[in-house]
Design a protein around this ligand. Structure first.
Ligand code: ATP
Length: 199
């Protein structure tokens, strides 16, 4: 079984690329979605975060308010570091357990879609790193559909590595500056080459 880590900056198209690979038969692990589940399910994590960020970071139903957390941590390196130190080990544990399950099921290819694959030090979990890039103006335009305020997009960009830093560690760079059909052709070509090299 091979494990490909797909990473990239906010809105670069990681999930779109992971979805294309999923459509080609790969099992996809979405680290962001796992992070959201940890925030709503893990009582220890919620206790630690509520203790640190205060009751205003909790919703009336007892779940963490992700919008309040985002407001507190993006733009504040110390708070972001604290949040990551609490969340990343728990997310990693769940990712590793899914990898074990996929191995038992005999999956050939697993994709880990993880925005912070490099920042979190998870490169050791994968066989190769694919970095998705797109021009900043295109990212801003594409993210309009997600309705994320421009200010939040910019502060997340600031908190992440730059494309240049990510690309230094990349085994493959996916240039997501074309339309979706161009992206599919590119991803399928890179995957074919990669799988051919494994034979
Ligand atoms: P995030 O960092 O927010 O998790 P992401 O890197 O996973 O984002 P996606 O969600 O895949 O990025 O893409 C961001 C937006 O851009 C989505 O609305 C997606 O449909 C759109 N998009 C991605 N690639 C393309 C493309 N090649 N052409 C047109 N739209 C695209």
């Amino acid at each position: 079984m091979k494990i490909i880590g797909v990473t990239g900056g906010i809105g670069s198209g990681k999930t779109t690329v992971a979805g294309i690979l999923g459509g080609m038969g790969a099992a996809v692990i979405d680290a962001d979605a796992i992070g959201h589940r940890v925030l709503s399910e893990d009582a220890d994590v919620k206790d630690i975060l509520a203790g640190h960020f205060g009751p205003s970071a909790l919703l009336p139903d007892g779940n963490m308010d992700r919008h309040v957390l985002a407001e507190r941590v993006f733009g504040n390196a110390g708070q972001l570091h604290f949040l990551n130190c609490v969340l990343h080990p728990v997310i990693r544990c769940r990712v590793e357990s899914l990898i074990r399950e996929y191995r038992l099921q005999g999956c050939e290819l697993v994709i880990i879609d993880a925005p912070l694959l490099i920042e979190a030090g998870w490169v050791d979990m994968v066989d190769c790193v694919w970095v998705v890039t797109a021009p900043r103006n295109m990212i801003m335009k594409r993210l309009e559909s997600k309705k994320m305020p421009r200010r939040q997009v910019l502060s997340r960009m600031k908190a992440q590595l730059t494309d240049r830093e990510r690309c230094r560690l990349a085994d493959e760079i996916i240039d997501n500056s074309s339309d979706l059909s161009g992206l599919k052709i590119q991803v399928s070509g890179i995957l074919q080459n990669y799988m051919a090299k494994q034979c």
